[in-house]
Design a protein around this ligand. Sequence first.
Ligand code: ADP
Ligand code: ZN
Ligand code: ZN
Length: 719
Amino acid sequence: MTILRVAVDAPLDTLFDYLAPDSGAPPAPGTRVRVPFGRRRPVGLVMAQTETSTLPEDRLKPVLEVLDEAPLFDDTLLRLLRWTASYYHEPPGQVVAAALPAALRQGKAPPPPPSRVSVRGPAPEAMKKRAPKQAALLDLLAAGPRRSDDPGLPPGWRASAARLAERGLLEIEPEPAEAAWTAAIAGPPLNAAQAEAARAVTASLGRFSTRLLFGVTGSGKTEVYLSAAAECLRRGLQVLVLVPEIGLTPQLVQRFAARLAAPVAVLHSGLSAGQRLAAWADAQSGRAAVVIGTRSAAFAPLARPGLIIVDEEHDPSLRQHEGLRYSGRDLAVMRAKLSQLPVLLGSATPSLETLRHAREGQYALSRLPDRPGGSVQPRISLVDLRRHAAVEGLSVPLLEAMERHLDADGQVLLFLNRRGYAPALFCSSCGWVAECRHCDARYTWHRRAVRLRCHHCGDETALPAACPDCGADLRPAGEGTERLEDALARRFPGVAIARVDRDSTRRRGAVAEILDGVREGRTRVLVGTQMMAKGHDFPGVTLVGIVNADQGLFGTDFRAGERLAQTLVQVAGRAGRADRPGEVLVQTSYPEHPLLQRLLEGGYEAFAEATLEERRAAGWPPYSHLALLRAEATDPQLALRFLADCRGALSLPAGVTALGPAPAPMERRGGRWRAQLLLQAAARPALHSALDALQAAASGLPGHRAVRHFVEVDPQDLF
Ligand code: ADP
Ligand code: ZN
Ligand code: ZN
């Protein structure tokens, strides 16, 4: 009798035992099965087969249905799923649910492999009147065979094809699987540093190694990815590329597809369920040579994996912040280890975790110190806002620089990480401030939409005509991208200005339009948030202005400085990419701040070295490991009391320190009061056993149903 250990999507930290069906071979691990589960009949994934169960035999139920003929996940990927569940302290069924496309989660079958449709020749004249649809299909295919999943085939073509096939005029055959791809790549000849990096990566194919590709912005990291990928494809091995956000970097996908001339599958959350399933199936069957995706693509099965690339490895978007909270980058490294593959982490501003590994030799290091073709790094200088007061965000030195660059036919990029018109609205007479009714936060005034919006919970409300307390006029305080755009339009009439932020890009295709406008030179000034800091190439931009660096200088989080440095360097890197040297102006009220001084004098690396020393001295990551137990409840005090009880019920293992519980820095958010307990340890095993004990204590407490609580391992910010 075979017992199946099945992962079921339920908030329980266990696998569930079922009997294999009587007939046929028991389904192998990695196969989906439908199981009885309370009143539901969910789809689960077989994780293992065993002979024994902790349940008595007569209580074991048989699976209802086996959904796949062959496993969807191989052994390595099953081990990755198990590792993820234990590392992030998440129920295995919920990890599996995060790894499966929705259609597969609901029990649909993966699409059959596409076939090849070919014809003998164009339609005979006689057919054109009698059967115009069939004739059109023949004429289309006379130009060359097509794959059955080709979107260029007319709707309903299958019916015509069937009739043509009966008459022997059309053939449908299985698409032959590629053993390898020619990967014709015609790019610029690599410079010495690029060639050496690509050589090191290809030399390590077939075994596990992690390599950091540390290259200044515009140094040609993508060319190294392409060169290593091409070699991989020639050997018939697939390449997995993780990127922070695909919507923002459509060029990267195009560049891979065009240069490698091999099938590329794209996986991200913006796809329809059907598109996602098709891309997933292409990855799994080995039809896709390259799979490019966001963080969850770290779970995409590959028939013949050869290399994993993580682009912009420092980027916080590689981390999932809701539900299963995981780092796509860390999963990629673990996956490479389990599959014995090389993984390449690329960045101009590597995270301090990765830099520490590179410094201590766990990760290999390749550097690209220069930009190819002699284009030089931009010159960065500070504008002291105490001497040059900014009006609506713009100081005189910044405005003058803009004039100079626009006159010289350059383009200008202004970075402000705050959307909306103004981050606060206050009464000029009594000091009343518009505050979110659900959060400890102010509403942002969105002037175009004539609304107040909370950026923390999404709440919206009408704009009050006057102060609700005293009736005096309301005034904006501070500026967001909308206000900056307005101020610029007044200051530079006739100059084409565009804005890129989450508000201006809600419409599909809007990002691409705005970015094309900049690249093609139609837009002269671009105002934007974080969205434009990500890997875009704007050859005509010669001036970058950082409107306000001060938010990041005094952030409450220990990572605030690291984030600010990364953003400044990434945004600055958009300038002067072509033959014209760039200039970067950073507006700040704290020009003598050590972070800015280090960045200016020694660049990102000097900043990182100094910050690593500070982290070591203070015992913060990467020199210790953190986990948070977060709790939230609709009653004040409840979450805090709950965590205090957890803490009280726990005897901490040696080497683990607990800090708190304390109210979260934003205590009330979305109508819930939030609290957190921070665990810190020098060694991971101790941290994980403390978390196990803490979770056990939490679910044993009487109050635990009224409190939503969850663990976050390696939290990226402590808010
Ligand atoms: P990164 O990924 O580091 O930002 P890219 O690979 O996008 O850099 O390269 C930046 C620019 O330099 C691109 O326009 C690219 O075509 C060009 N480039 C990269 N490598 C070379 C090279 N060896 N010779 C000439 N141009 C290059
Ligand atoms: Zn008032
Ligand atoms: Zn709110």
